[in-house]
Design a protein around this ligand. Structure first.
Ligand code: URA
Length: 231
């Protein structure tokens, strides 16, 4: 049986999808910018299904929510604060930050790190994928400043490494050394700066950090700075 989507007030639909505030919605409707089922909307109180609403000639933008995978470039921050430098959100349609709730990142990558970053406006998904109980797998490609030592493989796998200012040891992590100064590291948790701190604790400085996979979401050939929808 098809699931019938709920009827929602037009001002609520427009503001939750980031077009304007609920009070501004009145002007949008009066200005004839909003159609419902092909007919000019009459009032903001009018209820409609999102799929029937057209704004400025376009269907309503992602009424079911946003979930995208971004290939984060170096130099961008995962913060909403513009003072910290260019934001990953600046690479997305500007309207998405005006949504209610706005888009946010699922976990973070450091400013100098690159790679797979999931972005959503769905708080339930953020919670689900960042919860320590879930053990979402993340795969990192790491370059370090001096030759690696095979002893790190055993150490990281042991689940005994306690980082500075932490009480609990890191969960067992899979390290694969692929060149003298390059490795892949698979983590199932996300402590603050975890990769850099794990290597740093043993005297290796990370000079390049790239995440190629977050959970089930693989970057593949997604170009740097580009995003694709997950739904
Ligand atoms: N570990 C780090 O050190 N930095 C990141 O951005 C992600 C994991």
């Amino acid at each position: 049986m098809p699931i019938l989507k709920p009827l929602r007030r037009l001002d609520q639909l427009l503001s939750s999808c980031g077009y304007c505030s609920r009070s501004e919605a009145r002007l949008w409707v009066r200005g004839g910018r909003v159609l419902v089922g092909g007919q000019r909307a009459e009032a903001v109180e009018q209820k409609a299904r999102a799929a029937d609403v057209v704004v400025d000639g376009e269907p309503l933008d992602s009424p079911e929510g946003i979930l995208v995978l971004l290939h984060k470039p170096a130099g961008y921050v995962c913060s909403h604060d513009t003072k910290e430098g260019p934001r990953v959100f600046d690479l997305l349609p500007p309207r998405w930050l005006e949504r209610n709730p706005p888009v946010t990142t699922v976990g973070r990558l450091d400013k100098d790190a690159t790679g797979a970053l999931v972005i959503t406006d769905r708080g339930d998904l953020v919670h689900q994928w960042t919860s320590p109980k879930r053990h979402v797998t993340k795969l990192y490609e790491v370059t370090v400043a001096r030759d690696l030592d095979a002893s790190l493989v055993k150490l990281f796998a042991a689940g005994t490494l306690v980082l500075e200012d932490e009480h609990k040891p890191c969960l067992p992590a899979k390290l694969e050394i692929i060149a003298a100064r390059e490795a892949r590291l698979e983590l199932t948790e996300g402590k603050y700066h975890q990769v850099k701190r794990m290597f740093g604790s043993q005297g290796w400085t990370v000079t390049r950090l790239h995440r190629s996979r977050f959970g089930e979401f693989e970057l593949g050939d997604l170009p740097v700075g580009q995003w694709r929808r997950i739904f």
